[in-house]
Design a protein around this ligand. Structure first.
Ligand code: ASP
Length: 252
């Protein structure tokens, strides 16, 4: 089977001054993931590598570059899923780690659970030897600026909800296995402890060798209403014709 990887760097508007950086970030991520697939590596390794690359790139709302919550802190969500056996791992509201997607994979592979959050995820990261980094290292000047702008009395709350840059990848390897990975800082000025779609199986992503794989981006609360990632696969399974996207049918 010919391997394929598809990556995304979030929904929403990309400002002109960030276009080039964002384009080069997704290209680099796709190439890194593809080089794993080309050498016979797994879809799971490829999506993890691609998403890690975008978490390390400050152009995206994931890892370094994540948007800030109402208190001006970074809290991140991530999920990874293996289409071969429906195994998945996720973390939510995690702080002070560089690559939430790697921690999500450790949850999948080293625990009997699927999702660890906040303090529990922090303890787990420590137990796994994942280095803790100062939260400040994940904060860019731009996200700080955006955060303080959104605290101004005349800011438009709808506008910051559209902040782009969540990252994700889906892949199929030469054995026909599929996988997905998604990582995000969530929504700007979100409440402390808010968990979005990206950490939730079936909303932020889904992978099933019998159907395909999805990684979603957009307004989490809307997508969670319809469990969008799994819903898309349902429509693929049913053979819903192109041109009738599942989310339109469900008004999200
Ligand atoms: N889905 C993400 C969230 O709501 C945000 C995004 O994709 O832009 O946390």
């Amino acid at each position: 089977m010919k391997p394929v990887i598809v990556v995304h760097g979030g929904a929403g508007r990309i400002f002109k001054d960030r276009e080039e950086g964002a384009r080069s970030g997704v290209t680099t991520a796709a190439l890194k993931g593809y080089s794993i697939l080309k050498q016979g590596g797994s879809a799971l390794d490829a999506v993890e590598e691609a998403v890690t690359s975008m978490e390390d790139d400050p152009h995206f709302n994931a890892g370094c570059g994540s948007v800030l919550n109402e208190k001006g802190e970074v809290e991140m969500d991530a999920i990874i899923m293996d289409g071969k056996n429906l195994a998945s791992g996720a973390v939510s509201a995690v702080k002070c780690i560089a690559n939430p997607i790697k921690l999500a994979r450790l949850v999948m592979e080293k625990t009997e659970h699927m999702l660890l959050t906040d303090h529990g995820a922090k303890l787990f990261a420590k137990a796994m030897g994942v280095p803790e980094i100062p939260g400040e290292k994940l904060i860019t000047e731009r996200s700080r600026e955006r955060w303080s702008k959104n605290l101004e009395p005349d800011s438009n709350p709808q506008e910051f909800k559209k902040d782009p840059g969540t990252v994700g990848a889906v892949a199929i390897d030469n054995e026909g296995n599929v996988a997905c990975a998604t990582s995000t800082g969530g929504l700007t000025n979100k409440l402390v402890g808010r968990v979005g779609d990206s950490a939730c199986i079936g909303s932020g992503g889904y992978a099933d060798n019998h159907v395909g794989a999805t990684s979603t981006t957009g307004h989490g609360e809307s997508m969670m209403k319809v469990v969008l990632a799994r819903l898309i696969l349902y429509h693929m399974e049913q053979g819903t014709p192109q041109g009738k996207p599942a989310c339109h049918q469900h008004r999200c």
